[in-house]
Write a protein that binds this ligand. Sequence first.
Ligand code: NIG
Ligand code: FE
Length: 381
Amino acid sequence: MNDLVKLFGPFNQIVTMANVAKDGPINDSQLEIIEDGGIRVNNGQIIEVGNYASIKQSGDQLCEVSEEAVAIPGFIDAHTHMCWAGNRAHDYAYRLQGATYQEIAARGGGILDTVRHTRAATKQELSTRLEQNVLKHVQRGVTTMEIKSGYALNIDDEIKMLEVIREINSKISPTLIPTCLAAHTRPPEFDNNKDYLELLKKDLLPTIQERDLCNRVDIFIEKGAFESEESEEYLSYAQKLGFTICAHVDQFNLGGSAVAAKIHALTADHLEVTTADECALLKQSDVIPVVLPGASMGLGMPFAPARMLLDHGLALVIASDWNPGSAPQGELLTQASILGATEKLTIAETLAALTTRASRALLLEDRGTLESNKRADFLVF
Ligand code: NIG
Ligand code: FE
């Protein structure tokens, strides 16, 4: 029905991100750029993208934009911890005095500090904070965001976090993709990882599956969190239950990316200390690397080797890791730009890492490019 069709434009340029290679390096000249473009939209879906004058039909409702406008797909943030209570300003101050992330964690600060506050928070308190964070992200152009649990580390409060994410998802328009990160670190009630992971396997994973609270499972594979072997066992179990797998790997010490490759995880996230050997493993298993420049900036540490990952033929994704501890700023585009300048990424590689390649890291086929049959989900600059 033509009376429902909206025509947006004319845009100086539309950068569609369509037909971008699934993985590996991308030249800027490979980007599809439509000059004097228009986007026809019906019911939230794109029905046509092309030259404004050529696609315009009588009866289209015209939605004009300013002359210099450029349209690109909405940003997709494929790795965040945006749901939390409390704050970690003191961690930041300790780090500036020279303490490392792991030293602060070993003293009972770090993740466990946020766990104490998140457990004590009511659902209302958590959802108020989460909604504020989501809206801030939307203002910065992020229209789809993954959000992890992992600041409760017990059955009831992990479920509370996932319920809060679901509640906010149904209340406002950006899509929130929940991930269970109950295996973030061992909670204080347990004196060994094995018993805790058994509890998650027996009691938490089946419950969140029954209640359809999320279908993704993550773990922090790192010295002081979970060792490679137990992580592999836990992730394989979750995978057999039907969960999609991602993992925090190679942030401070190597080992996790080999696990991600071995079990064919969908994504391997962080990768700050990854070397060429791990790149080759990830490539063999077609794992998507998700790098998190905000965590390097928050911790004052080197960036993940984004250029090397691309040059090994991998599909680089850039996400914010927004969390109260390692990456408190959450400014995805700024972080991606700084990473791009440092790692010598082309504009095409950085944009793909925030749009079409990020959509694959969340298995979302309906967004990430501007072409017909995709969501009308675009940013105007
Ligand atoms: O991705 N490294 C592990 N987890 C988070 C940080 C969580 C926190 O410090 O609160 C990360 O950086
Ligand atoms: Fe993270």
